[in-house]
Design a protein around this ligand. Structure first.
Ligand code: G1P
Length: 295
C-alpha cells in the first residue's frame, strides 16, 4: 500500500457567501481568533503527518501563498526591533510544511479544481481538504482517516449526519455498515439532492482520501449539479470501479465559509485559547450576568 504524503486544498472559490468581507481578501484569510482559517486546515494536515500541501488557487489568492512563505523584509524589521517571539511565530508558520500552488484558470467546479493537481500528485493516493470545513477533534480528522486507510486500503470520504431538511446542501452518501467502527461501504453518492429526494442523512464533509485513478475519471466527468464538474460525480464512478468507504469521524465540524458557522468557530476556538480563553469566558459571563443579558 502506498504511503499518503500529499494533501490538496482547493482555495480558488470566489467566496460569495462571505461578501463583502471577501471582496478584496480571500475568505480563507479571514481570522479565527489569531490565525487565518486556512492555517487551521494546514495545521490539521501537518498534525496528521502529511509532507506536502498543494493549494489550488486562482487570481486574487496570493495572500494565502504569502502567508505560508518567508518574508525577508518583515523578518529583518522584527529582528532590528528585537521582537524575537514574533519572529519565531512567523518562522513557525512559514516552516509548517512544503507548499506548492497550482492555478485553476477557470471556475469549472470542485472536480475540475482537484483535477488540476494531477501532475503534482502523480500516481499516489492523497488527501483533499476543503477550506470551508474546519474540524476540531482530539485526533485530527485526517489522521483518523489515514488510520482507517491502513485497514481498508481504499478511498474514504468523511461524513457527518445532518437533519434531512439540510441534505440538499451536501453531497449525500448511501451505504451499509461494515466491521470497522463508524465506517460504511458506499453504494451511492448524490451531489446536493433536491429536497425530499434523499434517502440518507450521511453528508460529505470536506475531507477525502482518494486513489489516484480519480484523475482519469475526473478528466472524463461532464458537468453535473449547477453546471460544474462535481467531485461527487467522479467519486460515484470511483465507487463503481473499485469501492469507497464513508467514515463518520469524531470531532466537531464548522462550516467556516458561512457567517454563522464562522462565528461559532470563533467562540469555541477563543474559549479554548491558552491566553484569551479565560478572559473571554469572564467577558461572556459578565454580559450574561447583568439585567440586560442578550441571551
Ligand atoms: C462541497 C461538495 C459537497 C460537500 C460540501 C461539504 O460543496 O461538493 O459534496 O458536501 O462541499 O462542505 P460546496 O459546499 O463547496 O458547495
Amino acid at each position: 500500500m502506498k504511503k499518503i504524503r500529499k494533501a490538496v486544498i482547493p482555495v480558488a472559490g470566489m467566496g460569495t457567501r462571505f461578501l463583502p468581507a471577501s471582496k478584496a481578501i480571500p475568505k480563507e484569510m479571514l481570522t479565527i481568533v489569531d490565525r487565518p482559517t486556512i492555517q487551521y486546515i494546514v495545521e490539521e494536515v501537518v498534525a496528521s503527518g502529511i509532507e506536502e500541501v498543494i493549494l489550488i488557487t486562482s487570481e486574487g489568492k496570493s495572500a494565502i501563498e504569502n502567508h505560508f512563505d518567508y518574508n525577508y523584509e518583515l523578518d529583518n524589521v522584527l529582528m532590528r526591533q528585537n521582537k524575537h517571539q514574533l519572529r519565531e511565530e512567523l518562522a513557525r508558520t512559514s516552516n509548517l510544511i512544503e507548499v506548492v500552488s497550482v492555478r485553476q484558470k477557470k471556475p469549472l467546479g470542485l472536480g475540475h479544481a482537484i483535477w488540476m493537481a494531477r501532475h503534482v500528485i502523480g500516481d499516489e493516493p492523497f488527501l483533499v481538504l476543503l477550506g470551508d470545513d474546519l474540524v476540531r477533534s482530539e485526533k485530527p480528522c485526517c489522521r483518523q482517516m489515514l488510520d482507517l486507510y491502513d485497514q481498508v486500503g481504499e478511498s474514504i470520504v468523511a461524513i457527518q449526519r445532518v437533519p434531512m431538511e439540510q441534505t440538499s446542501q451536501y453531497g449525500i452518501v448511501e451505504g451499509e455498515p461494515t466491521e470497522f467502527e463508524r465506517t460504511f461501504k458506499v453504494s451511492r453518492m448524490v451531489e446536493k439532492p433536491s429536497l425530499g429526494m434523499s434517502y440518507s442523512d450521511m453528508a460529505i464533509i470536506g475531507r477525502y482520501l482518494l486513489m489516484p485513478e480519480i484523475f482519469e475519471i475526473l478528466g472524463n466527468t461532464t458537468p453535473g449539479h449547477g453546471g460544474e464538474i462535481q467531485l461527487t460525480d467522479a467519486l460515484q464512478a470511483l465507487t463503481n470501479r473499485r469501492g469507497m468507504y464513508a467514515f463518520e469521524f469524531t470531532g466537531k465540524r464548522y462550516d467556516a465559509g458561512d457567517k454563522l458557522g464562522y462565528l461559532k468557530a470563533i467562540v469555541d476556538v477563543a474559549l479554548d485559547h491558552h491566553a484569551l480563553g479565560e478572559p473571554f469566558r469572564q467577558y461572556l459571563k459578565a454580559i450574561c450576568s447583568n439585567d440586560n443579558c442578550p441571551l
